[in-house]
Ligand binder design. Structure first.
Ligand code: SF4
Length: 65
């Protein structure tokens, strides 16, 4: 799985970091940054959950075979 944050949509709410701090970081305070891409298999479900719960639809997932 590949994951990106659309910086034009992200409002730095922190939901993604709260769910998967291994993958998303709000350290710069402006937009969420992706720390791990591709996403390790064991974190894929949490990343899907983060994408579903992102209030701005900013998390873009690309599933791989
Ligand atoms: S949940 Fe969405 S809007 Fe909130 S910080 Fe993460 S990417 Fe940005």
């Amino acid at each position: 799985m590949r994951v990106r944050v659309n910086k034009d949509l992200c409002t730095a709410c922190g939901v993604c970091e709260g769910l998967v701090p291994e993958v998303f970081s709000l350290e710069n305070g402006l937009v969420a940054e992706v720390l791990l891409d591709p996403v390790p298999e064991e974190l894929e479900d949490l990343v899907r959950e983060a994408a579903e719960n992102c209030p701005d639809g900013a998390i873009e997932i690309e599933e791989e075979d």
